[in-house]
Ligand binder design. Structure first.
Ligand code: FAD
Length: 487
């Protein structure tokens, strides 16, 4: 049997392990942490459980596909539900809006509350679907770096349609054209944050994201986001994958232009294929430091990061849902702070994710687990302790104003995650959530390929390589990568 070594058990590392095991490889995964999942893991604080990173689940089909590939029924091993309300939006002036999964209901909500014609919503989502159908065959499902991608008829069609799809305007410009109410422009601009980008800079092609949430749906795994990691981890073990936790790889062994294995704690392990799931910027600084550095790719601007307060709240708020957004009154200035000034705006958009609304055992009775997050710049050596203290005050004031309550005395337990700890826990360069940002129209072409062009038998998966960050794309990176490896 051929042997494959995988560095990192992020969600893409686990998915790659499953795919290679099914191809007949003996697979071993080396993970620096004592647990699998990387960013997709969980924490408990007293009686409260929190999903520690990702909270929004789209394209569950990508998870199901792995069970099916292994000859199992996905629903027997991983259960999820479609959300009726994707998100509850709150503004300072008292406006509240729900993005219902039922399109008619959402269009009606927007018409009643904002006076925005329902036809604008329908047209925008139709366009979003068209863009997704046009672009995903090229940008999500194939390597952009292999010649045969460009000679494939589907991909070629995508490429030819690109000019029509508005890559030359920004997401904000496109949204200002398609909606009349500034609150709806803001709501649709928010989708840029789903991959850590700036709606005032990112190309309008990112308007494919609303299609995922509205037309396909937002989902919630019945046992929490962490079950994506847990169920796939279990599947991989059933397929014979062996994990080594607390084992940090220190080098990829390369001889005569070929990857021969890895070195862990100065101990050399040999294999036929090596797959790296570690962030590429940090990988080239460590495990690939003696190899040729693809400087252009490594120097691309990184996505935004996050500041999260995990709060156990000893009260129930019936008006709050699974996903809640408390919008900033000045979105443009908020993004300017994140991407230009490298700091946090004093009136930030606050995201509250509360899994206890859907999974009651995540918090004690009459209490809620608030995952309270603001988008922040990636780590450039700012004075984070000071920024965190200021942001905490501003977040609490904002929540107090909109929820008309005093939040601080309700906080029973607290833990904080910031760009520094995101980097130290998962090796992401600058603590970016999604690898490179998509703030320019060439971003898709400036991610690292899923293979090494100079080192044979070396492959890459995860949020810092093609097709990009976020759970669905990470799972696709594992698919694209493993399809390049012979069984
Ligand atoms: P990572 O999760 O980055 O894991 C890499 C693993 O490699 C880590 O376990 C690390 O310890 C290990 N490793 C690194 N170096 C070594 C080494 N030398 N040796 C051994 N092991 C090593 N995505 C969504 O889809 N929806 C969301 O709502 C969402 N929200 C997010 C919120 C936050 C706060 C964060 C942090 C991320 C969010 N994301 C979201 C993004 C998503 O979490 C990531 O894109 C995805 O989980 C990254 O997976 P990955 O496979 O690239 O690996």
């Amino acid at each position: 049997t051929k042997k494959a070594l995988i560095i990192g058990s992020g969600i893409a590392g686990i998915a790659s392990a499953i795919r290679l095991a099914i191809k007949g490889y003996a697979v071993e995964v080396f993970e620096a942490n004592s647990y699998p999942g990387g960013k997709l893991s969980e924490i408990t604080l007293g009686e409260y459980r929190f999903d520690s990173g990702p909270s929004l689940f789209t394209l569950p089909e990508q998870v199901d596909a792995l069970f099916r590939l292994a000859g199992k029924k996905a629903e027997d091993h991983f259960e999820y539900e479609k959300l009726d309300v994707a998100c509850h939006y709150f503004w300072e002036d008292g406006t509240r809006l729900k993005t219902y999964s039922d399109l008619n209901q959402f269009a009606e909500e927007v018409e009643t509350k904002l006076g925005e014609p329902a036809s604008n919503i329908r047209e925008a989502l139709r366009k979003s679907a068209f863009m997704y159908d046009s672009l995903s065959p090229l940008f999500m499902n194939r390597s952009l770096h292999k010649f045969n991608t460009w000679t494939n008829p589907h991909a070629l069609k995508s490429y030819l349609r690109m000019r029509k799809l508005g890559i030359f305007s920004t997401m904000n410009e496109a949204n200002e054209k398609q909606f009349s109410h500034p609150k709806l422009v803001q709501l649709f601009n928010r989708y840029a944050t789903y991959n850590g980008s700036n709606p005032f800079e990112t190309p309008a092609t990112l308007n494919i994201i609303p299609h995922l949430e509205f037309n396909i749906g937002a989902f919630f795994p019945k046992k929490g986001m962490h079950d994506i990691t847990q169920s796939l981890f279990k599947l991989s073990e059933e397929l014979g994958v062996k994990y080594h936790f607390g084992q940090k790889a220190d080098r990829i062994l390369v001889e005569s232009g070929e990857a021969k294995g890895i070195s862990v704690n100065d101990h050399e392990i040999y294999a036929d294929v090596v797959v790296n799931n570690m962030d590429m910027v940090n990988a080239y600084k460590t495990i690939l430091k003696d190899q040729k550095q693809p400087k252009l790719l490594l120097n691309q601007p990184k996505s935004s990061s996050a500041l999260i307060f995990y709060w156990g709240i000893k009260r129930n708020f019936p008006e709050l849902d699974l996903h809640n957004i408390f919008f900033s009154d000045n979105y443009a200035l908020e993004f300017e702070h994140i991407f230009k000034r490298g700091t946090i705006y004093e009136d930030p958009t606050v995201y509250l994710n509360i899994t206890s609304t859907h999974k009651s055992d995540d918090a004690p009775a009459d209490s809620m687990n608030w995952f309270t997050m603001v988008n922040v710049p990636n780590n450039q050596g700012q004075n984070w302790d000071q920024l965190i203290a200021e942001a905490k005050r501003n977040i609490i004031h904002k929540l107090n104003r909109i929820l008309k309550t005093d939040v601080e005395p309700l906080i029973e337990v607290e833990e904080i995650l910031d760009p520094r700890t995101i980097e130290s826990k998962t090796s992401s360069a600058r603590g970016a959530l999604y690898g490179n940002s998509s703030n320019n129209k060439f971003a898709a072409f400036l991610r690292h390929a899923n293979y090494s062009s100079s080192i044979k038998n070396l492959y890459f998966c995860g949020g810092s390589v093609h097709p990009g960050g976020g759970i669905p794309l990470c799972l696709l990176s594992a698919k694209i990568m493993s399809e390049m490896i012979e069984g």
